[in-house]
Design a protein around this ligand. Structure first.
Ligand code: PGA
Length: 257
């Protein structure tokens, strides 16, 4: 990590937790991470149905916990059955939204083009996107990781203002590391994070590259978090499975502090 960027640890709860279960989890999380709130940006991303309860707890208890959704539609409103518009997330006081997670790309047809539409739609509404990228095992084994991820970044993050580029949060998540217990070495993950930063720099200039935060995601656990956070271009983590257990999530947050 670099001292000039505030670390971030975001929990992606995926399709787990009812709103009641989510409320209990937030209660536990606040108990165990509140001592580092001034040093780490901690974000929880419940399913859509849990956002209202989460937002209410965060507001009533004055928690310094960021709230994120896991997806959004890019249109303002319309006949898009099942979809959620950015202003609905604003209404629930979401500060963040995950975009382009590999599960959305694999199972729901997300592409770099829709990622870009969503990124712009979120910015129009003052929500910060957490943009995911990452290669498949086949691309990794073929040595094509950097080329592939660079393409995702160039297409997914096209057309931002300098200010938006400086607020960027990118999560590098090798698909083969998600939920598998396998991870790249911290050095390899940092190589990709550095390349992502360089690509942001080529697109938007050195100040944006310096300010943008690059998270690592994929089987981050209490046991390995500090190794990733020891790398200069990794500014935190996007955590799946371990974010569903307050103690494990807390250990990861503390490793970032
Ligand atoms: P994992 O998921 O931590 O369970 O590997 C990470 C993610 O998908 O964001």
């Amino acid at each position: 990590m670099s001292g000039s960027r505030t670390p971030m640890v975001a929990g992606n709860w995926k399709m787990f937790t009812t709103s009641g279960e989510g409320a209990v989890l937030i209660d536990h999380v606040q108990d165990v991470v509140s001592d580092v709130w001034d040093r780490v940006d901690v974000v929880v991303c419940p399913p859509f149905t849990g956002l209202k309860a989460a937002s209410t707890i965060i507001e009533l208890d004055h928690l310094r916990l960021g709230l994120g959704a896991q997806d959004v539609h890019w249109e303002e409103e319309g006949a898009y059955t099942g979809a959620i518009a950015p202003r609905m997330l604003v209404d629930l006081r979401c500060n963040y939204c995950i975009v382009g997670h590999s599960e959305r790309r694999e199972y729901f047809g997300e592409t770099d083009e829709t990622v870009n539409l969503k990124v712009h739609a979120l910015h129009r509404h003052g929500i910060t996107p957490i943009v995911c990228c990452g290669e498949s095992l086949a691309l990794y084994e073929a040595g094509k990781t950097e080329e592939f991820v660079r393409g995702q970044i160039r297409a997914g993050l096209a057309g931002l203002t300098a200010e938006q580029a400086s607020a960027l949060i990118v999560a590098y998540e090798p698909i083969w590391a998600i939920g598998t217990g396998h991870t790249p070495t911290p050095e390899k993950a940092n190589d990709v994070a550095r390349m992502i930063r360089a690509t942001v720099g080529a697109m938007y200039g050195p100040p944006a590259a310096q300010a943008a935060r690059v998270l690592y995601g994929g089987s981050v656990k209490p046991e390995n978090a500090s190794m990733f956070f020891g790398e200069p271009d990794i500014d935190g983590a996007l955590v799946g499975g371990a974010a569903l257990k307050a103690d494990a999530f807390s250990d990861i947050v503390h490793a970032a502090s």
